[in-house]
Design a protein around this ligand. Structure first.
Ligand code: UDP
Length: 192
């Protein structure tokens, strides 16, 4: 179920429910887009109609911020648990390892992207990371081709917000990928 907080949709699903749902989406051949919603984005979306529409186009808007939980409580909604972008990245990686789904890491500086990959593999040694691409490549077609050639099921996009959300919406249809998650600065955290 979704709740609307100041015009922005947010899911009431928790980590387990979202990660199970995305495995279902992959198996069903569905494309899904995960976006993190925090109070800053909700406030910005009050004045920025394009941003509001962008956020509402996603399949899963995760409650990434305690302010979202408070807003839901005030509205007598059901969102009780925070779902952060980085923790969902971990949970999805764990599910991907279990269900043999493949992953592509797009975004961040080349060395950060490489370290993020190495560290993710320390947590999930059998995770199938089929490709990586740093976030400063200018040749868009090269990026699309590389992702499609990898045949990844899941694509994490870490270009910062709202760049990554715009990129996902613009390229989803060209990509043979099932799950898209905007992960912001998660690679930087993972590489540290
Ligand atoms: N980034 C990128 N390409 C760009 C601009 C930014 O890959 O053209 C990366 C940057 O290296 C960093 C991330 O996007 O890893 C942005 O992180 P930030 O914490 O600013 O994003 P937020 O979580 O605030 O959306």
């Amino acid at each position: 179920m979704k709740e609307t907080i100041l015009g922005v949709d947010v899911t009431d699903k928790n980590y387990k429910e979202i990660s199970e749902s995305i495995i279902y989406d992959i198996n069903a051949g569905k494309q899904s887009f995960i976006v993190a919603v925090n109070p800053e984005k909700v406030l910005k979306a009050q004045k920025d109609e394009k941003l509001r529409q962008l956020l509402n186009q996603a399949t899963y808007q995760i409650p990434d911020g305690i302010g979202i939980i408070l807003a839901s409580k005030i509205k007598k909604g059901n969102i009780r648990e925070r779902v952060t972008g980085i923790d969902l990245l971990f949970k999805i990686s764990q599910m991907a390892e279990q269900h043999q789904k493949s992953i592509f890491l797009y975004g961040a500086k080349p060395e950060v992207n490489e370290l993020a990959k190495q560290n993710l593999l320390k947590y999930y040694p059998n995770l199938n990371i089929v490709g990586t691409m740093h976030g400063y490549e200018k040749d868009e077609q090269l990026i699309i081709d590389k992702i499609n050639e990898s045949k990844a099921d899941i694509l994490f996009v870490g270009l910062g917000s709202p760049r990554q959300e715009n990129w996902i919406i613009e390229n989803m249809k060209k990509l043979d990928v099932s799950i898209f998650q905007g992960v912001g600065g998660s690679y930087d955290v993972l590489s540290g």
